[in-house]
Design a protein around this ligand. Structure first.
Ligand SMILES: Cc1cc2nc3c(=O)[nH]c(=O)nc-3n(C[C@H](O)[C@H](O)[C@H](O)COP(=O)(O)OP(=O)(O)OC[C@H]3O[C@@H](n4cnc5c(N)ncnc54)[C@H](O)[C@@H]3O)c2cc1C
Length: 245
């Protein structure tokens, strides 16, 4: 058995991988015994002796998409044509990677009287799935609204599961926002760009909202500016920027 490079690292086995949206894959790894994390945290994944590498190296940060009570550790990513992603996508069940201890503070606030408003761009869904599945499991009293921005439904990972979560958690409401109007086709939610007006329409009953913005840097910056522009203070905004997209 290989010795992990650092005592904070765990060598974990891939159990299953599945396509969860167009060019988007989830990977479920065996969870090391005693491994704990808070919903919304991330970890580093290191490829072990990959067949190819490039200047970006063999490590990427991924938010944990599974909830703590679930059996496996899941991460999900958009597959792009980089050495890391090509190698990751080709891993078969039984293959091993190294993971680091979890980190990050993009986690749900404590005060259940305040509404959580998630504004999620594409693959930014990963930490939010963890938080929402955990909230439903723990019957958390928080009211939660998720505005889920994607170009088209086929880009929206976990969309069916999140839609279904509304039935098991009456405090949770999902509003898909499909931004590529011409390609999105009919469907529930909003169609067109995400604007202050769209936000206002769906947050009229939000109580002292805490805004969570997560996704690629351009999306996070844009929505941050939009929130500041309508007078939301940074004290009420939490940002998680998926640097690298
Ligand atoms: C806290 C945190 C959490 C994260 N969570 C997730 C997560 O859950 N899921 C996830 O997928 N990612 C997540 N990321 C981002 C992740 O770490 C990678 O940076 C990202 O997936 C890109 O990796 P890559 O191998 O595709 O690109 P890299 O090889 O890392 O390339 C990085 C640079 O090359 C450019 N580039 C490479 N390929 C392309 C391409 N095809 N088109 C355009 N430009 C390109 C990019 O502009 C980028 O600047 C997270 C990042 C952070 C900081």
């Amino acid at each position: 058995m290989n010795t992990p490079a650092s005592s904070r690292q765990h060598q974990v086995t891939l159990r299953q991988r599945m396509e969860i949206a167009e060019r988007t894959m989830a990977f479920q790894f065996e969870k090391p015994s005693g491994f704990t994390f808070r919903p919304g945290q991330y970890l580093d994944v290191t490829l072990i002796n990959p067949a190819e590498t490039d200047v970006e190296g063999n490590i990427r940060t991924f938010s944990i998409a599974s909830a703590p009570h679930e059996e496996t550790l899941m991460v999900a990513t958009r597959l792009r044509d980089t050495a890391f992603k090509r190698t990751l996508a080709a891993l078969s069940p039984g293959a091993e990677v190294l993971i680091d201890s979890p980190g990050g503070s993009f986690t749900l606030h404590n005060n259940a009287a305040r509404t959580a408003v998630f504004i999620v761009g594409g693959i930014g869904v990963t930490p939010v799935r963890s938080m929402l599945v955990a909230a439903a499991h723990e019957h958390l009293p928080h009211r939660v609204l998720m505005l889920y921005l994607n170009r088209r439904p086929q880009d929206a990972a976990f969309l069916d599961e999140l839609t279904g979560l509304q039935a098991s958690n009456p405090n949770f409401r999902l509003v898909p926002v499909m931004t590529a109007v011409a390609e999105a086709g009919p469907g529930p939610g909003e169609h067109g760009p995400f604007t202050a007006e769209v936000l206002r329409t769906h947050t009229t009953d939000a109580v002292s909202p805490v805004y969570y913005v997560v996704g690629p840097p351009g999306m996070v910056n844009g929505v941050h500016g939009l929130l500041n522009g309508i007078g939301v203070d940074d004290d009420d905004i939490r940002l998680e920027d998926f640097g690298g997209y």
